[in-house]
Design a protein around this ligand. Sequence first.
Ligand code: FES
Length: 78
Amino acid sequence: MSQDTNFKDTPLKASLKVDTKYAYCTCGKSDKFPYCDGTHREEGGQPIKFTVKGNTDAWVCQCGKSGRKPYCDGSHQQ
Ligand code: FES
């Protein structure tokens, strides 16, 4: 993990709400990590925009290695 990013070795359990637009941070520089705060405009990169079909709890990737971002796929354990 780079010291100048907010990537972590554990996922975030998040309560995601229907009718909410989320933007998952892929640059790791957001102060709202794992959600985008616009910092990528200075650093490069693009957020992943997503919504959910119903209110749900989900594990959100914080290591940046998941193959199914924004969700955790267990890659942080490898
Ligand atoms: S701040 Fe990281 S992708 Fe937007």
